[in-house]
Design a protein around this ligand. Structure first.
Ligand SMILES: [Fe+2]
Length: 296
């Protein structure tokens, strides 16, 4: 992957000119949000707030309350940071959007979580192909208050810095881990199966689909299995991996991955919808609605 942001074509926004290729941290331009931006935030927030009790991890729901994110107006990063720093030593930094991997890993390794400063347009309320402020802030930040998960995020960044020196195969394996945990992970809690992945938590459709649809596979967390599993970014997931607790993530990723990368480099990867004989299978998906074209 080249060392430039992926979303060059989106750098022109309704806030005016946004510099292309920048990877620097920027001050959240809070005063420049329009009334429409705040209404978009409020609409997304209200919708997920109504949907997520009983679906999201209880830790997420509790921390959403603790964070005190405003439901009616876009929150200010500066008002969230003191509490986040006190709780787990993390802080939010404003960015233009998706970052090159190395820059992203450096932030995580230093307990800085990059948050896209702009929010989607009203017509994008149901789907956006890239992270915006709602995804980054609502989806990711509540779990940064959870100490074990907060440590996992930093460990992931540190692992990314190591992987970066090992080449693109190692990086793609590591990226799958982030995808299937931080973005699209499910967790088994006392009350049942719950969501902790930010890609799901910020999406109305997938919040329902991942738990209630019979289409996807739901498979127990398995580090090397995940690192061999391809994914697609343009549809609901064909497979969700389920952890038993946040500590399981930390424990699985405590070791240096270098020997794992070497092993995996000699093995082929699995399609996103594959079920293996060695899987701890919670539900075998029916595959209904899966697109076969362009699968990864
Ligand atoms: Fe994300």
């Amino acid at each position: 992957m080249s060392a430039v942001p992926q979303r060059v074509e989106h750098q022109m926004t309704d806030k005016g000119y946004v510099p292309v290729y920048t990877t620097s941290v920027i001050e959240q331009p809070w005063a420049s949000y329009t009334p429409t931006d705040h209404v978009t935030w409020a609409a997304l927030y209200a919708r997920q707030q109504a949907l997520l009790p009983g679906r999201a991890s209880q830790v997420f729901l509790d921390n959403l309350v603790r964070l005190g994110l405003g439901a009616d107006a876009i929150p200010k990063f500066d008002e969230i940071n003191p509490m986040l720093r006190r709780a787990t030593g993390w802080e939010l930094v404003g960015v233009e959007g998706l970052l090159p991997e190395l820059t992203f890993f450096e932030h995580l390794a230093n307990r800085r979580f990059p948050v896209t400063w702009w929010i989607r347009k009203p017509e994008q309320i149901d789907y956006l192909a890239e992270p915006d402020l709602f995804h980054d802030l609502f989806g990711h930040v509540p779990l940064l208050l959870e100490p074990v998960f907060a440590d996992y995020m930093q460990a992931y960044g540190q692992g990314g810095l190591r992987a970066h020196g090992l080449g693109p195969v190692a990086l793609s394996q590591l990226t799958r881990l982030y995808w299937y945990t931080v973005e699209f992970g499910l967790i088994r809690e006392a009350a049942g199966l719950r969501i902790y992945g930010a890609g799901i938590l910020s999406s109305k459709g997938e919040s329902i689909h991942c738990l209630e649809s019979s289409a996807p596979n739901r498979i127990g967390f398995d580090l090397t299995r995940i690192m061999r599993t391809r994914y697609r970014i343009d549809s609901y997931q064909k497979t969700y991996f389920v952890i038993d607790g946040y500590r399981q993530l930390m424990e699985a990723t405590a070791a240096d991955f270098a020997p794992i990368y070497t092993d995996l480099a000699e093995n082929e990867s699995f399609p996103a919808g594959a079920v293996l004989a060695t899987d701890t299978l919670l539900n075998r998906g029916t595959g209904e609605g899966w697109t076969a074209d362009g699968d990864v």
